[in-house]
Design a protein around this ligand. Structure first.
Ligand code: ASP
Length: 468
């Protein structure tokens, strides 16, 4: 049995939903189909999830939300008309949304989750209705009834261990199953959602629970690429990655698969396959536990802006027992999570995400570090980007660090920090954000051949190269 998850762009129009039907029925083992909410039809469009968030906000600020509600209903009505499934489902969807709107608004996040979940839930009902009209045996699965049990953390829920056993019983059901992604239920029965983009997580949990042969993630790109197509024109496709490589690349911006979605498949040993709904015969990218080595040892170059460094130095730091603990305790007290801690004999840098280390917390942390750690120097540098060279083969290849450093030097990029994790799956370089694109291109050129600039390279591509 395969689990096939379709993202929002694969469900945005009637034509794409028809294509989903073709893909699902082309392989009888694609029995568990996970759907997102309908996504953007073009660049100026709004995802249904965002329309639902706007609807929740309207209601929470005391408005009726009728205009926002009409927009959501119209998205489904348009799909239902074009798919020829009749008006009845649209009436049902509107009734469902009105019922959700009458939920308790006291806990704003919990109320918003009830609305957000409607995007996937109604999409699954619509898709099941359409599949049924085509004459196949199909049923919609209610995540609450099937056992998608989640922690009570609205917007950031996590699966509870007992969910796996309950969900494993889905294997015994007959026909094709359409399961809405992104949400589940708490032990007390409330609806809660995963973080944004979380339908990938649903699919991964279901693939692990049912011990699927493969977890297919259907999206709108042919594969994972060796670098962001926004930084390098026509980057090489990657045929196979290990879970660890994907994890490292996802950390630094490769968002083709939700960061949290790898874990269930990794633990259960279920391979993941990234496929293109608009080009189903393309081989895609497989993510597996082990793979054959690639020549050169490097599979991808990733880069993410938005980091900062807290640099601390103190003469004879290496002799002081408990220094790092005291330093990190200050961050913990301020509830700041840190990412990396490269260190020297008498110095340590703590790398954090800028959004976690706000200017307010900075002032407070600096005062406490001076007072409680009696340091010689403490400084903060903002606007750092992390550039990662990733590949399992690194462990066995001599000279990769030298090649990476020379490539950066030739491109005139100053390396602010180097960190090679103990796993030796990646090498990480800290560079100023302004040098991020140049660094990626230099490294791509070194390991994959001379890159050309993407057409819109002047746009500035640091922030988001989400392709899921
Ligand atoms: N619809 C949700 C979102 O836009 C979840 C998903 O698409 O995976 O975040």
């Amino acid at each position: 049995m395969k689990v096939a998850k379709f993202g929002g762009t694969s469900l945005a129009t009637a034509a794409s939903i028809r294509q989903v039907f073709e893909i699902v029925t082309a392989d009888p083992t694609r029995r568990l189909v996970v759907v997102s909410a309908p996504g953007k039809r073009d660049d100026d469009d709004t995802k249904v999830t965002d329309l639902l968030i706007a609807l929740a906000k309207a209601r929470l600020s005391g408005e009726t939300g009728e205009a926002e509600l009409a927009q959501v209903v119209e998205r489904y009505a348009e799909l239902a008309r074009a798919l020829g499934v009749g008006e009845e489902i649209v009436t049902e969807i509107e009734a469902d949304l009105r019922e959700r709107l009458s939920a308790d608004t006291f806990y704003e996040e919990a109320f918003t989750d009830v609305l957000k979940a409607a995007g996937e839930d109604n999409c699954a009902k619509l898709v099941a209705r359409f599949f049924c009209a085509q004459g196949i045996e199909v049923s919609y699965v209610d995540p609450g009834e099937a056992g998608m049990l989640l922690s009570d953390e609205p917007g950031h829920a996590q699966v509870l261990p007992e969910a796996y056993d309950r969900l494993s019983r889905l294997r015994e059901r007959e026909g094709t199953l359409v399961f809405p992604g992104f949400f589940g239920h708490t032990e007390s029965g409330s609806v809660v959602t995963f973080p944004r983009g979380g339908s990938d997580i649903t699919g991964a949990i279901l693939a692990a629970a049912t011990k699927a042969e493969v977890y297919e993630k259907w999206t709108d790109v042919d594969s994972v690429f060796a670098a962001s197509p926004k930084m390098v024109a026509n980057p090489q496709p990657v045929a196979e990655l290990t879970y660890r490589e994907m994890r490292e690349l996802a950390y630094a911006g490769f968002s083709v698969l939700h960061g949290e979605a790898l874990m269930p498949c990794y633990r259960a040993g279920v391979p993941v396959c990234i496929k293109n709904t608009n080009n189903p015969t393309a081989p895609g990218t497989r993510i597996v536990g082990q793979r054959d080595p690639v020549p050169g040892g490097v599979v991808g170059i990733a880069a993410a802006p938005g980091f900062c460094t807290l640099y601390v130095s103190k003469y004879l730091m290496n002799r002081e027992v408990g220094f790092s603990r005291r330093l990190l305790q200050i961050l913990e007290d301020e509830r700041i999570s840190y990412e990396h801690t490269p260190s020297g004999i008498d110095s340590i840098s703590v790398i954090m995400r800028k959004q976690a280390f706000t200017p307010q917390s900075e002032a407070w942390v600096l005062d406490r570090v001076r007072l409680q750690c009696e340091v010689d120097e403490v400084a903060v540098e903002r606007d750092l980007a992390l550039v990662m060279v990733v590949g399992e083969g690194m462990r066995h290849t001599v000279g990769l660090a030298a090649r990476a450093c020379s490539a950066l030097a030739e491109a005139g990029v100053n390396i602010e920090m180097i960190n090679q994790g103990s796993s030796e799956v990646s090498m990480m370089f800290g560079v100023v954000e302004a040098d991020c694109d140049a660094a990626v291109r230099a490294l791509y050129g070194e390991f994959f051949g001379r890159p050309s600039l993407p057409v819109d390279s002047d746009v500035g591509v640091l922030a988001d190269y989400r392709i899921g």
